[in-house]
Design a protein. Structure first.
Lengths: 616, 411
């Protein structure tokens, strides 16, 4: 056991040999943030009384949902065998939507702590994150967490984990993020096993931007990992992609609050403040160098995350449109994955088509818009991106089903993913059945241990991204886990289904679906709308159609009575208030042709029965 | 129906002495003036009813129990006379509603009428109505009412079909209703019966039976109300638990149309959406006052009043009511001073329900522009609109009166 480090090493004056940069990676909920808590405590950077669970999950949404969305880097001192080291730890998110956050963090590290819940064993994101770390040539330290749980099976899962990474089961460390057991040993091992950063202190500075965050008070805060050279306060720095120069107003480390320093040297991780107001001037993946003595080559950057799911976001109150635009601009500052452009819907008015990394990302963005900017929003049914080639040779990229081109269609392609599913072997049949019904094709299957199977599928993204996970969980009693990554496109027999009210298309309800599922979608929407739209003075036919062909229909019969026969004699106030309420409600009505549709009907019809709750 | 629902509206507090702004009094007496007296007692509570009424067991120790109720009511009569001052007009109509007013002895009901006469004076040809449950009156008690000045009795018949009455939890013997109608007439008063349609389990045939029975008794007036499932009633709980089905709008529309057809054939003309009378002289004038935006003072727990653009309502509980009036304070719980906009909305909302309809010159331009469309949609009567410049509901329009009001108000 190492004693707690007494004095931390000063930034800008710490030799690389004494630095260890690592991230904690794991499947969602396996305890990364809780383990990080214990490290913050044991190394003394957070005092006992300031401590709270998942200290690094700072956003309200993270705390409410109990998940990590943004990576967080912290500098901690640690003494091993009489020498004080500097550890830079990065806690990462586990949810598949935020995999790109993990890959950015990996690039700032030499090693990764691969954490596995000792009661759950290896799961899909364990594999996905392990592969990412291996691609980045990181040294892996395998660790079983939650060994305090009565249901923990450390022997079994140590063997599983050792089998996966090719080490001895004895080498798998065992910790409890809850009790702190084994955490000191883990810190020692991090010092012992992980390589120190390498770099040339005498070369012109090169630092990789791995995060860039807008802060209302301080402007853009840029997180960097220094590879070569040195960055110092008040010097001029340059962004290698744009050649733009800025003065370094502040430089420092996070421990776990920002602490200004005399600079950052080789191998160090910290933050810069230059006074820029827009994160696009300090882009993630760019290389920072000294303006006076610039480096020749930039470091390899990151690929921009690609949106997988699109949905239209519309303010319920049309006059909120400018607020929504500003709000998206603001969120974009901290969320490189967010893309959007204005669109209009005949039914919903002015809004934006927004691209997301997945359904959790969508939910979080929506929630933040509503909460932080006081907006009421309608979001349309999410969809993936399609390429539609017409007979005349033109092709269209369709991110909104209502923009599906008219004309003779030669072929439609849809994105596919390579999915990895992990589950106890008894569920193989159920999973195969599910994937079959989702147009999946099996690519391979391996036993990770006697009773745990890894199944690899190619699946259309559209089949997996919305409600697949819930279906999977319910068929496997919650035991299966899922990870996926984009894997190109395929052609498919897809059609656009339109929903018509009294013969008028409701653009917000159009959807692109596989031909075999068109009827089900059409009937579902028609029956939902019949329930949701109040009866009008005339009969309102609801139709679902592919082109001119009607595939499902319902009828809303004309209303015959709305008068209150029982009158509250004296209590006229009550009657007038009812009327005033209807007057208010009228503002929330949208006209589709001559049909009055309440906002609530849109919201309810567009809400999906199965959400994309936290993927556990 | 003139009765008091059990939930009070929100409003501003009313002054302790019940004083009204002088603006409310300037036109007092230019139009008929009414008095409503709310009697908040019933022997049992019917499952569908949410009126402000209490059974004797609910009341426990009576503060303003049945016996002392008349005194409390008279105390408010005195207060009313005081507030309205010397300019107070004589009363054109009195309506005693409930609850079950005939839970009080006829003597007490007459005493209240006497009090109104002393304090305000009764106009020539005054109409004085009481509601009554068929089981709570006798030929003697009715004669006593007639002698005391009562001119009308409104009977809660509801239905003639035993299983419907059972679902409504009405305890009276249907055979009794005919006898009571006879007795009211014998006492020299006009008689009206209340019917409810749309009760769960009631067929169109059942409803026809009830209408036929009502018509056969030859009352002067018939009210027919679609059953409303009110929050907080036993009926609402039964619907929620799936024990009975929610009344269906289309079924109720069919039943309304049947009622209007059968009643007009039998010589009853509609004069308000839910009310039919054998002639203009047998209408309930008090009731008409409500729809014509008239002035009236409501006496008793939870009663509502309207005088010159001020609406107020009394505290609900009989004990609270008695406490206030016995201390010489106004029993008003809250009030609203209506804006011009609100008064306009109300005039349209109320006036359009009457057979005379709404004079189109009272309607603002955007509302007048809606008239052609409403006639085309069959909701307003064409000839009345063109010839008499009045918005008069068609039968279809009476069923869709809320739509008509919304369109006349321009939204
Ligand atoms: N019993 C026990 N529970 C633990 C331990 N570590 C974490 N937990 C619990 O596991 C849950 C998830 O912990 P987190 O630390 O938020 O997991 P995470 O891996 O950071 O989750 P994401 O960031 O969302 O991927 C919480 O309820 C923790 O209290 C442990 O060692 N023992
Ligand atoms: C307050 S009651 C007073 C009459 C008397 N207490 C009785 O019930 O016989 C007046 C009328 O309102 C009607 N009524 C009461 N509750 C109703 C409801 N929930 N729906 C429709 N009509 C109702 C009944 O027709 C009733 O006769
Ligand atoms: S008797 Fe009349 S007032 Fe009393 S509970 Fe029944 S319906 Fe309501
Ligand atoms: Mg976490």
């Amino acid at each position: 056991m190492s004693p707690m480090a007494t004095t931390a090493l000063p930034p800008a004056a710490t030799p690389p040999e004494l630095i260890r940069n690592f991230c904690i990676i794991a499947h969602i909920d396996h305890g990364k943030s809780t383990l990080a808590d214990r490290m913050l405590q044991i190394t003394g950077v957070v005092e006992e009384r300031a401590m709270r669970a998942q200290y690094l999950d700072r956003m309200d949404i993270e705390r409410e949902r109990g998940i990590t969305i943004k990576s967080q880097a912290v500098r901690m001192p640690w003494a091993a065998e009489g020498t004080t080291y500097c550890l830079n730890m990065i806690d990462t998110p586990g949810h598949v939507d935020f995999t790109y956050e993990v890959s950015r963090s990996l690039a700032a590290c030499e090693g990764a702590v691969l954490l596995v819940d000792a009661a759950q064993g290896i799961e899909a994101q364990t594999l996905a994150n392990l592969y990412l770390a291996m691609e980045n040539d990181l040294t892996i330290i395998p660790v079983l967490n939650k060994i305090d749980l009565p249901a923990a099976q450390p022997e079994k899962y140590a063997a599983e984990l050792a089998g996966l990474i090719g080490c001895d089961p004895e080498d798998v460390l065992r910790v409890s993020g809850k009790t702190g057991e084994g955490v000191e040993e883990l810190l020692d091992q991090i010092v012992g096993q992980l390589p120190a950063p390498e770099g040339d202190a005498d070369k012109p500075a090169r630092a990789m931007i791995f995060d860039s965050v807008y802060d209302t008070y301080r402007g853009v805060v840029t997180y960097v990992r220094v590879i070569d050279g040195q960055l110092s306060p008040r010097e001029k720095i340059a962004m290698m992609s744009t050649k733009a120069t800025h003065e370094l107003l502040e430089i420092g480390v996070i421990s776990p609050e920002p602490v200004p320093s005399k600079g950052l040297g080789v191998g160090e991780v910290g933050y810069l403040i230059t006074g820029v107001k827009d994160v696009r001037q300090s882009r993630v993946g760019d290389t920072v160098t000294n303006a006076a003595k610039p480096a020749g080559d930039a470091l390899g950057g990151y690929r921009d995350p690609k949106p997988m799911v699109f949905s239209g976001l519309y303010p319920i109150d049309g006059s909120d449109y400018p607020i929504l635009r500003d709000a998206l601009d603001r969120l974009k500052l901290n969320d490189a994955a967010l893309v959007y452009e204005p669109e209009t819907s005949a039914a919903l008015g002015f809004g934006f088509r927004v691209g997301f990394l997945g359904m959790l990302h969508l939910e979080i963005v929506r929630e933040r818009l509503e909460r932080e900017f006081n907006l009421d929003l309608i979001s349309t049914l999410p969809n993936v991106v399609y390429e539609v080639a017409l007979d005349d040779g033109r092709t269209h990229t369709v991110t909104n089903p209502s923009e599906f081109p008219e004309g003779k269609i030669a072929e439609i392609t849809e994105p596919v993913v390579r999915a990895t599913l992990l589950a106890p072997s008894e569920f193989v049949g159920a999973i195969m059945e599910l994937c079959q019904s989702r147009r999946g094709s099996l690519r391979g299957m391996d036993y990770l241990s006697e009773d745990r199977v890894e199944m690899r599928y190619t699946l259309p993204l559209a089949e997996i991204v919305f409600d697949f996970f819930d279906a999977l969980k319910s068929r496997t009693r919650g035991y299966a886990s899922l990870d996926y990554e984009p894997d190109g496109e395929q052609t498919a027999d897809l059609v656009k289904v339109d929903i018509l009210l009294q013969g008028d298309k409701v653009d917000a309800f159009s959807s692109i679906v596989h031909r075999d599922k068109a009827y089900a979608y059409g009937t579902l929407m028609a029956t939902k709308l019949k329930e949701l739209i109040p009866r009008q003075q005339f009969e309102v036919p609801i139709q679902a159609a592919i082109g001119a062909r009607v595939i499902a229909r319902e009828n809303i019969r004309a209303i015959r009575k709305d008068v209150l026969a029982k009158c509250y004699g004296g209590d006229i106030s009550r009657k007038r208030k009812l009327l005033e309420k209807q007057k208010e409600g009228k503002k929330r009505m949208k006209m589709v042709g001559s049909v009055e549709v309440p906002q609530e009907a849109f919201i309810a019809a567009l809400s999906q029965d199965s959400g994309s709750e936290k993927k556990k | 129906m003139e009765d008091v629902p059990s939930v009070l509206p929100d409003g501003e507090p009313a002054p302790r002495d019940g004083a009204l702004p002088s603006s409310a009094l300037t036109h007092l007496g230019e139009r008929p003036f009414g008095a409503y007296v709310h009697v908040p007692f019933c022997s049992v509570r019917c499952g569908y009813c949410d009126f402000n009424t209490y059974t004797l067991t609910e009341l426990g120790m009576p503060g303003a129990g049945v016996s002392s109720y008349a005194d409390a009511a008279l105390a408010e009569v005195a207060l009313a006379a005081d507030v309205l001052g010397p300019a107070r007009p004589p009363i054109d109509t009195v309506f005693v509603g409930g609850g079950t007013p005939t839970m009080l002895r006829s003597r007490d009901l007459v005493r209240i009428v006497d009090g109104l006469r002393d304090a305000f004076g009764l106009a020539e040809g005054v109409e004085i109505t009481t509601e009554a449950n068929p089981d709570s009156v006798t030929p003697d008690s009715l004669r006593e009412l007639a002698d005391g000045g009562f001119t009308r009795v409104s009977l809660g018949m509801q239905s003639a079909v035993p299983h419907v009455l059972r679902t409504l939890e009405r305890t009276h013997d249907p055979a009794n209703v005919g006898r009571v109608v006879e007795a009211v007439r014998a006492a020299g008063m006009q008689v009206s019966v209340d019917l409810i349609y749309g009760t769960p389990g009631e067929s169109l045939g059942d409803w026809r039976t009830s209408l036929e029975a009502a018509v056969a008794m030859e009352p002067d007036h018939i009210s027919a109300y679609a059953l409303v499932v009110e929050d907080g009633t036993k009926l609402a709980a039964q619907v929620r638990r799936g024990l009975v089905t929610m009344p269906d709008d289309d079924d109720e529309a069919d039943k309304y149309e049947l009622a209007d057809e059968m009643l007009s054939t039998a010589g009853f003309g509609w004069y308000e959406v839910s009310n039919w009378a054998t002639s203009p002289t047998t209408r309930c004038r008090h009731n008409e006052g409500y729809w014509a935006d008239g002035d009236w003072w409501g006496i008793g727990p939870g009663a509502h009043s309207h005088v010159g653009g001020v609406r107020w309502w009394n505290v609900k509980h009989p004990n609270a009511f008695a406490g206030r009036v016995n201390a010489g304070d106004s029993p008003a719980a809250g009030r609203e001073l209506l804006t011009e906009e609100q008064r306009y909305d109300e005039r349209v909302l109320l006036g359009v329900r009457l057979v005379e309809g709404l004079p189109l010159d009272l309607v603002r331009p955007d509302g007048r522009r809606a008239v052609a469309g409403l006639v085309a949609d069959g909701l307003l009567d064409g000839p009345s609109a063109v010839r008499d410049a009045r918005a008069v509901l068609t039968r279809r329009g009476r069923l869709l009166a809320d739509t008509v009001v919304r369109r006349l108000l321009g939204y």
